[in-house]
Design a protein around this ligand. Structure first.
Ligand code: NAD
Ligand code: ZN
Length: 351
């Protein structure tokens, strides 16, 4: 078992390994007088049998969430909080989120709101949740007007990344997780390499979690350094906004869009004189090594993408990107639209 501390106040641990979900009782016991638990999960996790052997050693009720982004709604939070109340869950009790990022985002936000703050534990079952979503306390839901518009910073009391559960993860979800993992190859310091690729999955998750834990501990509420976790995401979000990602069968999934975004960010950084050819090649090697494509999807319109990137939350009436450079990955403001357009032209779009 790999154990990564997250040095916040109070601190908590991320435990990574096969069977990590069986440590739930120990995490719950460490919280003091917990009388009952509310387990929040989805049908796919129940069907795969992952609730068997998941025992908080206190009485618990199971609450099922719907699937996908549609389930990340205020209606889900209301339904959860109402059933917590009907079950008599108190502020001293605990919410246990068992699933991917959708479950931890919604259950975490319900926990943040219920009784103005009830503790929660994440049992992360998707690769993306294990390396990213379950750690760091960003919780929230979508509005029809946009993704993740309502939420709270509310840290979990513990995170269990059970690599055994990945055996039932659909292939597309693996790809998504790998896209997110690829970004961590460049966040570990000023001297990135491709060694992440060669590790087994438990060690890969461990390395990513260590990086995420460090970034979160340095900047809990995303005022500065935590922006680096958005590496590769500016173009990815623009592709999503343009309906070229996350929009159905032919579209890129989020992590796949991040993979394209990483190579784009590398090409842009080279154009701005921040990195050399070798470093661009390293980006391509890592993305390809994770089995992902770096090609812009057909139909990508450069002008529309630039406009969408100008609406990114990092941008302040300009174009801002997280870019690699001599000191590693950092936020760069005031990037000229011409440089961005030229970089997009360099990538495609493919006919
Ligand atoms: N809070 C954060 O810091 C943060 C960071 C990154 C992403 N996110 C959010 O996370 C969400 C995406 O998370 P995700 O990629 O885990 O998607 P997800 O939670 O929708 O899970 C993907 C699918 O896989 C299923 N699944 C999960 N684990 C499984 C398993 N072990 N076996 C079989 N099926 C399984 C789920 O039921 C779902 O159908 C997005 O909403 C995103 O905004 C949050
Ligand atoms: Zn992401």
């Amino acid at each position: 078992m790999i154990v990564v501390p997250v040095a916040l106040d109070p601190p908590y641990e991320v435990r990574i390994g096969a069977g990590a979900r069986r440590e739930l009782a120990r995490v719950v016991a460490s919280l003091g007088e917990v009388r009952q638990a509310a387990v929040v999960t989805q049908g796919a996790l129940v069907d795969a049998g992952w609730l068997e052997g998941l025992d908080p050693k206190v009485p618990f009720d199971v609450h099922l969430l719907g699937d996908g982004e549609a389930a990340k709604s205020l209606a889900s939070v209301e339904a959860l909080c109402r059933s917590f109340a009907r079950d008599g869950l108190s502020r001293a009790d605990v919410v246990v989120a068992v699933g991917g990022g959708v479950v931890s985002d919604v259950a975490g936000f319900a926990a943040a709101s219920y009784h103005r703050g009830t503790r929660y534990v994440n049992v992360a079952t998707s690769l993306l949740a294990q390396v990213d979503a379950a750690i760091g306390g960003k919780t929230g839901v979508n509005l029809p007007e946009g993704k993740n518009l309502v939420g709270a910073f509310w840290q979990p009391s513990g995170v269990l990344c059970d690599t055994e559960t990945l055996s039932s993860l659909p292939e597309r979800e693996w790809r998504c997780g790998r896209g997110e993992m690829a970004k961590y190859a460049f966040l570990g310091g000023a001297d990135p390499d491709a060694s992440l690729l060669a590790l087994d999955v438990e060690e890969q998750v461990g390395r990513c979690v260590r990086i995420k834990a460090e970034v979160v501990a340095a900047d809990e509420t995303e005022s500065g350094e935590r922006m680096s976790l958005n590496y590769g995401h500016t173009l990815a979000h623009a592709l999503e906004a343009e309906g070229l990602a996350d929009a159905g069968a032919g579209a890129l999934a989020h992590g796949e869009a991040v993979a394209v975004g990483l190579v784009f960010a590398a090409l842009l950084a080279r154009r701005l004189g921040r990195i050399d050819d070798e470093r661009v090649a390293l980006h391509r090697r890592v993305v390809a090594g994770f089995g992902l494509s770096a090609e812009l999807p057909a139909g990508a319109d450069p002008d529309r993408l630039v406009a969408a990137m100008g609406r990114d939350k990092k941008a302040r009436h300009d174009l801002a990107f997280v870019l690699d450079g001599p000191d590693g990955v950092e936020l760069v403001r005031g990037v000229a639209p011409e440089a961005v357009l030229a970089t997009l032209a360099e990538m495609g779009p493919r006919p």
